[in-house]
Design a protein around this ligand. Sequence first.
Ligand code: GLN
Length: 245
Amino acid sequence: MKKLIAAALVGTMVLTMAGCGSKTAETTGSEASSDAAGGTLVMATNAEFPPYEYYEGENVVGIDADIAAAVADKLGMELKIEDMAFDSILPAVTSGKADIGLAGMTVTEDLLENVDFSDTYAHATQVVIVKEDSDIASPDDLEDKKIGVQLGTTGDIYAGDIKDATVERYNKGFEAVVIDGEPAKVFVKENEGLKMLDEAFTEEDYAIAVAKGNDELLDKINTALGELKDSGELDKIVDKYITAE
Ligand code: GLN
């Protein structure tokens, strides 16, 4: 996705996000238990979202992958990560193909109509990426502009509310990209000629999605998350992937 953003901002490359098949990646999460007495915990994610989930060789790593491994460990379950398009994650969870959706997913009122969410585990932002010489200086300058987003994300929803803006889903040239703050930092760092605007576009929170009514799993996950927060393990996982500037 990072290459895609850089290319799309200069308006050259054609790329489709939709239609990417789902593939299964084994977790490297060191905490993953080999004792699968409690069965398998299937996590649906989109592994193009560093530092939360991305590929390192064949493996999906990142904050979410480590959290899932730690939660699965506490539940005595074996973790299996399924990589798919971001907008396939919700259907995977509601249909029962996956037990959890863990993908830097923002808790929104709309999503709560279709899935339940765990307690939140991270605070996040949507930010704006532009070319270094862009005349877009703040989110207020996005009116009338061509904005790139990833299909089905909160960036997609919020960009749709901007007056007279044209929203493109990572397959055309555009003048700005609305995307979550941490992946934005990674993309800007790895691609020349891009910058992130200082002012965030929105503030939001991430949580783990489970099928509506699956209270047993939800309670177990919240207990596990609570323990990870209290023991400082969650902070350790975050610090492993996000270095303070
Ligand atoms: N936080 C955003 C959302 O939930 C984007 C997540 C992602 O692209 N993985 O919509």
